[in-house]
Design a protein around this ligand. Structure first.
Ligand code: FE2
Length: 186
């Protein structure tokens, strides 16, 4: 890969992940059947879980100080929100009323997060004095292991599990019986 050789290998690895996940979001929008959509969601969730793990375990700590806590803390919070949605989607089978909406909101969130990373964080990170070749190698190795063994459960999964399906209050509310509608005349 040309960019891999001449650019920053750790940044290139992250950008390749971003492109793959954005492609999955576009494929979801074009998908027509439930099984096709579910398959795309499963692939996207795996991509996102692995990507978030290598960023949080390796890339973010390496650049946090020089990039600055304002950008990094916002990225952390965006990961947190995405991970909540990921944990909820993870236990869904695609038949739920809010499944598509939840995935769309996750996609919007992640697209926004990717834009901020690529416009603000990564250009700043590129300027940091760091052995990026070594970091990229560690990230790739960790990625391979997570893909092979699975990603260990994160705090957001524990939260979702503890809520026993009641954590999404607006979706819950639509399932409750609302006030009776007035009968139509005629
Ligand atoms: Fe990220």
């Amino acid at each position: 890969m040309f960019d891999f050789l001449t650019g920053n290998p750790a940044v290139t690895l992250l950008k390749d992940d971003h492109d793959r996940v954005k492609d999955l979001f576009a494929r979801f929008d074009a998908a027509k059947t439930r099984p096709a959509k579910l398959k795309i969601v499963r692939a996207a969730l795996t991509e996102l879980k692995v990507h978030a793990a290598i960023e949080e375990e390796l890339f973010y700590p390496a650049v946090r100080k020089p990039v600055g806590k304002e950008i990094m803390n916002e990225a952390d919070e965006e990961h947190h929100v995405a991970k909540l949605l990921i944990a909820e989607l993870d236990v869904m089978d695609g038949s739920e009323s809010h499944f598509d909406a939840k995935f769309h909101v996750l996609a919007e969130n992640v697209r926004h997060h990717i834009k901020e990373e690529e416009d603000e964080m990564l250009p700043k990170a590129k300027g940091v004095k760091l052995d990026f070749a070594d970091l990229a190698e560690k990230m790739q190795r960790r990625k391979d292991k997570l893909l092979a063994d699975g990603v260990p459960p994160v705090g957001e999964e524990v939260m979702v599990r503890a809520s026993r399906g009641k954590g999404d209050s607006p979706a819950q509310a639509t399932r409750r019986k609302g006030p009776k509608r007035p009968k139509r005349k005629g």
